[in-house]
Design a binder for this molecule. Structure first.
Ligand code: PHE
Length: 502
């Protein structure tokens, strides 16, 4: 009997022992596991091998699980601190117990949310009561973590469920196949099996020489287990940016586009930002050294902007009465906001004069010389937008934000009056972080001042905003440090696993 070479090796390997796994067979036969799997299925079809399948579950500790296996579960730490500090009443002020436990950051919340559930006592009006009869030595979760850490199995499914829902263990299932030689297989081996040459790939030579007629082709095995491959994918920030674009297009907006490095004229001067404004100094600004300035500023607009800065734009308006220097306005820097694009568009310099009503947006990078921390990077994506129409009011602005954020499941936006040199009134926007429950700033907005609009030649109202894409992402996915998604400290698992829902 002639079978492909790999099948001969697998048959011989299978005759060594009953019920071998594919891995054992592969080792014995000196073949790759995927080749072995293919051969096994072929031989099973021929009736020479029998294959039994079972699902094996393996449980492993996550990083956090390992940490608690080593240092103790936060709720036990808290219990022990509360017990030690509680005196005869077994009751102690919460801050003191937490202080003594040495817990910090998110672990405090973890400890508090598991404390009562596991019968360590109660938390009431800022006091922690420790039940003297609780028994941390018999904590099923702690003991399961310890067992897993030392490589022992844990059978208690309820405890495993609990640990899994706390993100402390991961359960994975794998199909294990055990292979045994059938009676026909034994006979075939006794009668002698020979290796036939199999060919994995058809070549042009085989076709021209006609050799293809004489060879045996290997078959595709579509049920073979394949290795998990983490290929490249679109970053969640990009995915979310694309979704934001879709949402805004759905709300009737058109996209703006323009230079990342631009003249201060577009970034600041058009926005009625005085030339001695603190944000315009080198502390916040990334200047360009080559080229240092822009040549083609629209002359007429430069003159109107200069006048607005000096004297304001009419009876009810006043300018800064300080020198306005065109050279200074020509200097190039990385844009600190994409409001520079709004200026280019509103001035008619990007796509020609615009008649109201109009709606435009961009979702683009901006650059700021900030100090890096969990909520600040040197660059971020700004969701810029504006609506030009007659008789706009703050209600239109708020309604637009509510409609926009609702599409991302965010429904409790809060507004706080604010100051911008270029809008009046102005509002900062806040949203509640799903994990820390804190209000975080998510954007800035307002109605452009006449001192901005008149030089641009806009005769109706314009409401506008700049929202931070990264902050939107924080509200959507609950991560607390922007560096989890950006840069060398990023959380690769998070980036691999999070899918943006469209
Ligand atoms: N440029 C502002 C910022 O970067 C956002 C903004 C745009 C505010 C337009 C009002 C109007 O914070």
């Amino acid at each position: 009997m002639k079978v492909p070479e790999s099948q001969v090796a697998v048959l011989k390997a299978a005759s060594a022992n009953d019920a071998q796994t594919i891995e054992e067979l592969a080792e014995e036969a000196g073949l790759k596991p995927e080749t072995t799997t293919g051969a096994v299925f072929e031989l099973e079809d021929e009736g020479l091998l029998s294959v039994e399948e079972r699902i094996d579950e393996s449980v492993s500790l996550t990083g956090e699980g390992k940490e608690y296996a080593e240092n103790g579960l936060p709720e036990i730490e808290l219990y022990e601190a509360a017990l030690a500090a509680g005196g005869d009443e077994n009751s102690v002020e919460m801050g003191r117990a937490i202080g003594q436990s040495g817990l910090g950051g998110p672990q405090v919340n973890i400890a508090l949310s598991n404390y009562a559930r596991k019968g360590y006592g109660s938390i009431d009006g800022g006091e922690i009561v420790a039940d003297p009869d609780a028994d941390p030595e018999n904590d099923a979760e702690a003991n399961a973590l310890a067992a897993l850490a030392s490589g022992k199995p844990v059978e208690d499914a309820d405890t495993l469920d609990q640990l899994e829902s706390r993100g402390l263990v991961e359960r994975t299932e794998a199909t294990v196949r055990s292979v045994t030689l059938t009676d026909d297989g034994v006979t075939a081996l006794m009668e002698g099996v020979e290796a036939a040459e199999t060919v994995g790939q058809l070549t042009p030579e085989m076709l021209t020489t006609g050799e293809w007629r004489d060879v045996e082709f290997a078959e595709y095995n579509v049920s073979a287990d394949a290795e998990r491959i983490d290929g490249g994918k679109v970053h969640i920030l990009r995915q979310t940016a694309n979704r934001v674009k879709d949402v805004l297009v759905g709300m009737g907006f058109e996209e703006m586009d323009g230079p990342h490095a631009d003249a201060d004229f577009w970034i600041n001067d058009c926005l009625f930002m005085p030339q001695d404004h603190p944000a315009r100094t080198h502390w916040d600004r990334f200047a360009l050294s080559n080229p240092t300035e822009i040549d083609d500023l629209p002359e007429e607009l430069v003159e109107k902007v200069r006048r607005a800065h000096l004297d304001g734009i009419g009876e009810d308006s006043d300018g800064y009465h300080s020198p306005w220097d065109e050279e200074f306005a020509r200097a190039i820097a990385l844009r600190g906001h994409t409001t520079s694009l709004s200026m280019r568009y509103l001035s008619g310099n990007a796509v020609g004069e615009l008649e109201p009503p109009q709606r435009f947006f961009s979702v683009e990078k901006v650059y700021r010389n900030d100090t890096l921390d969990p909520t600040h990077l040197l660059e971020f994506f700004q969701i810029e937008g504006w609506v030009m129409a007659e008789d706009l009011s703050v209600r239109d602005l708020m309604g637009t934000f509510e409609e926009f954020y609702e599409q991302f499941g965010i429904t409790d936006i809060q507004f706080k009056p604010h100051y911008n040199p270029y809008t009046e009134p102005s509002f900062e926007l806040f949203g509640r972080h799903p994990e820390t429950n804190e209000l975080i700033e998510i954007g800035n907005s307002g109605m452009f001042r006449p001192e901005v609009l008149e030089p641009l030649g806009v005769e109706c109202d314009v409401m506008a905003w700049g929202l931070a894409l990264e902050r939107l992402l924080m509200l959507m996915y609950g991560f607390e440090d922007i560096r989890d998604v950006h840069g060398t400290l990023c959380d690769l698992e998070l980036l691999r696993d999070v899918e943006v829902i469209h």
